[in-house]
Design a protein around this ligand. Structure first.
Ligand SMILES: NC(=O)c1ccc[n+]([C@@H]2O[C@H](COP(=O)([O-])OP(=O)(O)OC[C@H]3O[C@@H](n4cnc5c(N)ncnc54)[C@H](O)[C@@H]3O)[C@@H](O)[C@H]2O)c1
Length: 263
């Protein structure tokens, strides 16, 4: 069977860890040339090295998505190395836990810079290259908090709501250029980001168990689950799908109330 991304070039922000890492590995197995764009150089290089040793093609690019010049350099290097660009996955993200009145202005700006402004910078610097293709794809990683509120993470929730709005705007403004833009909204997903958050609670395993009781499938998503949906949106399997979101949450948002312990 032919590989779904044969010959495609994919730039993946946040590709050194979690959902972005799984996406990089999956895309490489599907034949894409991968650029892992991240701020964690050692792990990014390690992931790229492992993909290459397993027969894939991947390079690491040190890139802070909240810095326009850094994104511009990373995209230029990508295009030089692989002679084009077809797929952009905006997966880089950070969380800041706290009540809004306790936020510093720097906390707010940092989070918005990575989670939201980074997508603007990426579009700005990738579009001149994407527009040369008959078809190209942008997949933004939102969250279930793109669609509902979540406590003690006001900037994160705001940023993820805006990621969905920005996805719709990009889809409309660039549809005529052959670009499809969609958003994937993961629920509770077992990644280093989630683990870091859980580790800030007194009993991380108990906290996870308690969170997962709210999920009808009674389990956290794995980053591979989310990566497979990103793949669907990064190829013609999803022809005609643009300006929308796919929720990967084990049924979390389908239930107004749920406690698996009641089953
Ligand atoms: N894990 C979850 O439960 C969950 C749920 C919903 C949405 N998400 C979203 O999924 C995406 C990936 O999260 P994850 O859980 O895999 O987290 P993760 O922490 O494992 O991975 C995030 C990656 O983004 C990178 N990154 C952070 N700041 C960056 C910057 N300025 N420039 C470039 N890269 C940067 C990190 O170094 C890291 O490699 C995020 O956008 C997150 O908000 C995660």
């Amino acid at each position: 069977m032919s590989k779904r991304l044969a010959g495609q070039v994919a730039w993946i922000s946040g590709g050194a860890s979690g959902i972005g890492e799984s996406t990089a590995r999956l895309f490489a197995m599907e034949g894409a040339n991968i650029v892992i764009a991240d701020v964690t150089d050692a792990t990014g290089q390690q992931v790229a090295g492992e993909i290459s040793s397993n027969g894939g093609k991947a390079v690491y690019s040190s890139c802070d998505v909240s810095d326009s010049d850094s994104v511009a350099r990373s995209i230029e290097a990508t295009v030089q190395q692989f002679d084009g660009l077809n797929i952009v996955v905006n997966c880089a993200g950070i969380v800041h836990v706290g009540l809004l009145h306790e936020y510093s202005e720097a906390d707010w700006d940092r989070l918005m810079g990575v989670n939201l402004k980074g997508i603007y910078f990426t579009l700005k610097h990738t579009f001149p290259h994407l527009s040369r293709n008959e078809r190209s794809y942008i997949i933004n990683v939102g969250s279930i908090s793109s669609l509902v509120g979540q406590r003690a993470t006001p900037a994160y929730t705001t940023s993820k709501g805006a990621v969905l709005s920005l996805t719709q705007s990009i889809a409309l403004d660039y549809a005529a250029a052959g670009l499809r833009c969609n958003c994937v909204c993961p629920g509770i997903t077992d990644t280093p980001m989630l683990r870091k958050h859980l580790n800030s609670t007194p009993d991380p395993d108990a906290t996870l168990q308690q969170r997962v009781r709210r999920v009808p499938t009674n389990q956290a998503m794995q980053s591979d689950d989310v990566a497979r949906t990103i793949l669907y949106l990064a190829c013609e399997d999803s022809a005609g799908v643009t300006g929308t979101s796919i929720v990967v949450d084990g049924g979390y948002l389908a239930a107004a109330e749920w406690d698996t312990a009641d089953d």
